[in-house]
Design a binder for this molecule. Structure first.
Ligand code: KG4
Ligand code: ZN
Length: 343
């Protein structure tokens, strides 16, 4: 089964082709091609994503990216067996572009079309690594819009363990970067600036660190940076502020991820979402988790941020499970005709 995946939930247009074989254990080998266009430069002038511009740009990019992915994979549109697209959550207009293209192609080709949950795409993307984790595992989902700890028992078997009560971790990175004049999106720029700074010169809080709660709160941290950067008497260096901010976020994410592993008794921790690209987070998580026998898995960097591969892959897993379910028949010796609904 060859699946075309389309991601258009925010400011990245992503397309991928995933080939599913029934006995496939090496999920990575199924990823035949992926193409991506980031709108970051277009939105940078506005300091954030402009939804209307995002939708219009997805319209421009999507079909050329599909053609390029097919070319890279050496396949034709007629060979596509199913189409997966991001159904949500995300920007309504941007999602509609992906949904329209997916459904129009599916209708024209006569193949099934499946809507995928964007966060399920992120959650399952570590399975595309060359050494993937086995179920069950704890997932730390850290993106621009979400910060959640989940227990993952299988495809579609997700239990929320904790989440942010205000800003997401990526959002906190972006807003703090904005305060420090680093532009949009600020996460990678702030992380780069932090490398030349020293954590601890400025002291920032570690919100909700104490106790066993698995919930997060990051909005106060951004306010603390705003207050410290206005403190003209101390003249804190932006690099020191960036380093301390990053350290505070990392301290909280690391501590809570490990509490989640301890309370669930699970020894595999998966990190997904854009903030999962942060090198300091990776370093600290791997080092600390090792001390309590927990192994941490990361998707490769290109699969951390939004991409079409995770949507093609999640769609493929769902479609193949549906196909198997089709063979689990039941019979109805008694069946009231009036219980039927229209197809
Ligand atoms: O998963 P993603 O691409 O999109 C969403 O679904 O939100 O995540 C984007 C977020 C942005 O907030 C971006 O600033 C953050 O991930 N990010 C980073 C880094 N790379 C991306 N944050 C910290 N350090 C990074 N290296
Ligand atoms: Zn995302």
């Amino acid at each position: 089964m060859l699946v075309l995946g389309i991601e258009s939930s925010c400011d990245e247009t992503g397309v991928a082709l995933y080939q599913h074989l029934p006995d496939q254990r090496d999920h990575r080998a199924g990823l035949l091609a992926q193409t991506l266009y980031s709108q970051v430069r277009m939105h940078a002038d506005y300091g954030g994503v402009v939804p209307e511009l995002a939708s219009r740009d997805h319209i421009r990019r999507l079909l050329p990216l599909c053609r390029e992915a097919l070319r890279q994979a050496g396949r034709t549109l007629a060979q596509v067996d199913a189409i997966a697209y991001t159904q949500g959550p995300g920007l309504a207009g941007a999602l509609l572009v992906g949904a329209s293209v997916a459904n129009a192609l599916g209708f024209a080709l006569g193949v099934p079309v499946i809507g995928v949950h964007h966060l399920e795409g992120h959650l399952l993307s570590p399975l595309l690594a060359t050494d993937p984790p086995a179920f069950p595992f704890v997932a730390l989902l850290v993106s621009g819009g979400h910060t959640q700890l989940m227990r993952v028992d299988g495809v579609g078997a997700y239990t929320l363990l904790g989440e942010t009560m205000d800003d997401a971790a990526g959002e906190a990175f972006d807003k703090t970067a904005q305060l420090l004049g680093l532009g949009y999106p600020g996460g990678p720029a702030l992380a780069a600036l932090a490398q030349s700074g020293r954590p601890g010169v400025v002291r920032l809080p570690r919100p909700l660190l104490m106790g066993n709660s698995l919930d997060f709160s990051f909005s106060g941290l951004k306010t603390a940076v705003a207050l410290a950067s206005r403190d003209t008497a101390s003249r804190y260096k932006p690099a020191d502020l960036a380093a301390e901010f990053q350290e505070a976020v990392v301290d909280v994410l690391v501590a809570k991820s490990l509490v989640a592993c301890e309370t669930t008794g699970l020894q595999h921790l998966v990190v997904a979402g854009g903030v999962g690209a942060n090198q300091r987070l990776r370093q600290r998580l791997t080092a600390t988790a090792g001390t309590i026998g927990v192994r941490v898995y990361y998707p490769e960097l290109s699969l951390c941020t939004d991409n079409g591969a995770m949507i093609a892959f999640a769609g493929t897993l769902r479609l193949s499970a549906d196909m198997l379910r089709g063979y689990q028949f039941t019979v109805r010796p008694r069946w009231d005709l009036e219980t039927l609904t229209s197809p």
